[in-house]
Design a protein around this ligand. Structure first.
Ligand code: NAP
Length: 323
């Protein structure tokens, strides 16, 4: 039986690291909507999480009771491939400072966000939590994946040794408002959305996409992810690691056609097969979290419609992370 965490109230002081990012801002909105009134956050300019002393001082000064770690150096295949050291080291620095500082500061609850790339490249599908560390990783993002795996293990070891509620959630590919729409550094869905939008404006010119279109991927609307974090906050999850996704995948080609339809682009789609495809299939087995009572609610086409609406409303200020 899942136990509600009775220590969590609407007044609990909750620090959301990375609260300005796509995931962090969705978590902030979800918690605020549910009535949580004691949320704290800092931008990277105000608090550089790579700086251990600055993180310790922040914890000392603010005394949060719960930490949700949605801060990370994030990027697509190209960014991961070109900047392996930064993806490995900066992510380890950020999470080590947050996790170790929280543990030493007596914080009892910590929610760590990783990614489905922690699982081996050729692990059986759908990916189950127990496949972690059973084979080699996808080489293009192994740096990021290894950093995230050390975060999962740090939380697991604190849980095991000190019986604290340190839990890791591994989201599948996320999309939604406040995503990164830069064509060089973004993930596949926002990159496609932008390409189709621009091609539509450009008299429905053809759109060239990376790879063969054959790989299969799963996508979760970021506001659903935030609901999963809320669930992990309010309940005592009995295990150290949970996959978060829809449990359904589609080909990249089907994704492109869905986005094309939502945007109303009428040109051709061309595939540049010289560009890498990445892992052939990545589908999460989400039965563990589902059994506990959480599941997604936004279907892909609806989520893409909401994201496109947000993109149009925020076109002048959309995020473009430069490499
Ligand atoms: N996006 C996805 O598809 C996806 C999928 C699976 C898992 N996740 C996980 O979700 C988490 C958040 O991802 P996201 O997509 O929300 O990324 P994002 O939009 O790039 O946001 C990352 C956040 O991290 C903060 N940050 C980065 N470096 C920092 C530093 N040195 N000091 C302080 N803050 C720093 C940024 O702060 P500033 O904005 O203030 O600079 C930003 O708010 C990550 O752990 C990621 O692995 C994301």
């Amino acid at each position: 039986m899942l136990k509600t965490n009775k220590l969590i109230t609407k007044k609990t002081k909750i620090y959301i690291a990375g609260q300005r990012g796509m995931v962090g801002s969705a978590i902030w909105r979800a918690l605020e909507k549910k009535g949580y009134s004691n949320l704290i956050g800092k931008t990277s300019a105000e608090l550089d999480l790579r700086n251990q002393q600055a993180v310790l001082d922040f914890y000392n000064q603010k005394q949060p009771e719960v930490v949700i770690d949605a801060a990370a150096k994030v990027g697509g295949i190209l960014a991961n491939n070109d900047f392996p050291y930064q993806f490995l080291m900066e992510n380890m620095q950020i999470q080590n400072n947050l996790i170790d500082g929280a543990h030493k500061g007596g914080i009892e609850k910590f929610i760590f966000l990783g990614s489905s790339c922690i699982y081996p490249k050729f692990a059986p599908q759908p990916l189950r939590e127990e496949y972690l560390l059973t084979d080699s990783l996808e080489p293009t993002n192994e740096w990021y994946a290894i950093a995230k795996i050390t975060g999962v293990k740090a939380c697991q070891s604190i849980r095991k040794q000190y019986q604290k509620e340190y839990v890791s959630l591994m989201p599948t590919n996320l999309y939604g408002s406040f995503d990164n729409f830069d064509l060089q550094s973004s993930h596949v869905l926002p990159a496609m959305l932008r390409k189709f939008h621009e091609a539509k404006l450009n008299k429905h010119s053809d759109v060239t996409l990376w790879g063969t279109g054959k790989p299969m991927r799963e996508f979760l609307f970021v506001d659903d992810m935030a609901e999963a974090v809320l669930y992990a906050l309010e309940n005592e999850l009995p295990e150290y690691l949970y996959n978060i996704g829809t449990g359904k995948d589609i080909t990249i080609k089907e994704l492109a056609e869905t986005i094309q339809k939502v945007i109303g682009h009428q040109g051709n789609i061309l595939w540049d097969a010289c560009k890498p495809d990445g892992t052939p299939r990545k589908l999460m087995d989400v039965s563990k979290i589902k059994k506990l009572g959480w599941q997604y609610s936004t279907e892909l086409e609806d989520g893409i419609k909401k994201t496109y609406q947000w993109f149009l409303e925020n076109i002048d200020t959309i995020k473009e992370i430069k490499l």
